[in-house]
Design a protein around this ligand. Structure first.
Ligand SMILES: *Cc1c(COP(=O)(O)O)cnc(C)c1O
Length: 399
């Protein structure tokens, strides 16, 4: 059975009537840039984020960029962010002329390790960007406490965790800014590119709205240099049609996560390969944007590839989609060599070698989930030599 990593058609096609109606409304309005569709979506999104302000922008990446610009971060400044995250988190810091300073992560949550932040703070540190990776909120209390004590800003990269909560409060507006992505693979996916900024601060919201539209107010009078970071009215209308379903999508993902965790608990062969299942830490909701496990080498592992790479290949050969988010930690990326030698970050480096994400999209069927679980069992049995005879490694990669 073929199981894709993601199939957005299964989510969007049942909403064809609503999405058609949204499209027709925008077509007939003739308002394609900002306007009432965007206002309406921003209000609904602000409510979900528990934020006073929501500002629709062109992508999750541009949301981070605008947040940094609105905070006045630029040349000579430093911004602390995890090395184990998607590139945009740090790429935007470099784009505004500041320097990303990479911190290590916690192995259990995959998120920024609060203990690794303080030693990195200097006179130049202007912000911390925790990322709520895979849909699970980072440890925000200590991060906010450190930021407050040092007078530095917090931008939550909420790209993968829109509607998740920490300590009973939605993430995004816990710090100064939250940045959201509606890339099609996120829990709320647009039919193209879109993003959002959320904040409780009136001053930052005002600045971000200006920056989104070239810093002009009124039109053609520029008090600051912004850019074109506007969200399409069409994407806002389509997102508004999907928004009422977000809670269902998330519940289905969470159910998939629970079912995987149940089915994969107690896998044998740990002295060959140990699969560490994702944990939900206390006092927060994990919206299960990704189901990511760690394939860890046991002392009896004797294939030439790493267990993670072998598992990915095994799944591919069994028709099952998977992905490595992310194979190279950011402090080891070529583009950041310009900052000179980087200290090693052992947890980020280990995670980059061990993580693999499985299909978890809401519309995944129980049968598909079973096929994924069966393939993983077969992989472990094969690697550990637990089945007789014919269940061999799938290729010549055996050492
Ligand atoms: C998806 C993502 C982004 C970027 O969002 P885009 O909408 O693709 O620009 C930023 N950070 C993280 C952690 C992401 O997962």
């Amino acid at each position: 059975m073929n199981v894709p990593l993601l199939d957005v058609r299964r989510q969007n096609l049942p909403l064809e009537a609503e999405l058609d109606e949204a499209f027709r409304r925008v077509l007939h309005s003739g308002r394609f840039i900002l306007g009432p569709e965007v206002d309406r979506f921003e209000s609904a999104a602000a409510e979900i984020a528990g934020a006073k302000h929501a500002i629709g922008v062109s992508s999750g990446t541009d949301a981070i960029l605008v947040a940094l610009m609105a905070l006045g971060i630029g040349r000579g400044d430093e911004v602390i962010c995890p090395a184990f995250t998607f590139f945009a988190t740090a790429g935007c810091v470099t784009r505004v002329g500041a320097r990303p300073v990479f911190a290590d992560s916690e192995a259990e949550s995959f998120n920024l390790d609060p203990d690794s932040i303080e030693p990195l703070i200097t006179q130049r540190t202007k912000a911390i960007i925790p990322v709520h990776l895979y849909g699970q909120p980072a440890e925000m209390d200590p991060i906010l406490e450190i930021a407050r004590r040092h007078g530095i800003a917090v931008i939550e990269d909420t790209a993968q965790a829109f509607s998740a909560a920490y300590g009973g409060q939605p993430v995004g507006a816990l710090g100064d800014f939250g940045t959201v992505s509606f890339y099609p693979s996120k829990n709320l996916g647009a039919l193209g590119e879109a993003g959002l900024l959320v904040t409780n601060r009136d001053d930052l919201a005002r600045t971000a709205r200006l920056l989104r539209d070239h810093g002009a107010s009124p039109k053609y009078f520029h008090s600051m240099v912004g850019g074109n970071f506007r969200i399409d009215a069409l994407q806002a209308a389509l997102l508004a049609a999907k928004l009422p379903h977000l809670a269902e999508y998330t519940a289905a993902r969470q159910n998939n996560m629970r079912e995987y965790n149940r089915a994969l608990a107690g896998l044998p062969g740990r002295d060959t390969v140990e699969l560490i299942l994702p944990a939900v830490l206390p006092d927060r909701t994990h919206i299960a944007n990704q189901y990511t496990l760690r394939a860890r080498r046991g002392k009896r592992w004797n294939w030439s590839e790493s267990p993670r790479d072998a598992l990915g290949r095994w799944l591919r050969e069994h028709g099952i989609g998977s992905e490595v988010y992310y194979p190279v930690p950011l402090h080891a990326q070529k583009c950041f060599e310009m900052y000179g030698p980087q200290p090693s970050l052992p947890v980020a480096e280990t995670l980059a070698n061990e993580v693999i994400s499985l299909p978890i999209f809401p519309e995944l069927s129980a049968e598909e989930r079973r096929a994924v679980v069966d393939a993983i069992f077969e992989f472990v049995f094969s690697a550990a030599g637990l089945t007789p005879g014919d269940r061999m490694a799938p290729s010549t990669e055996r050492a």
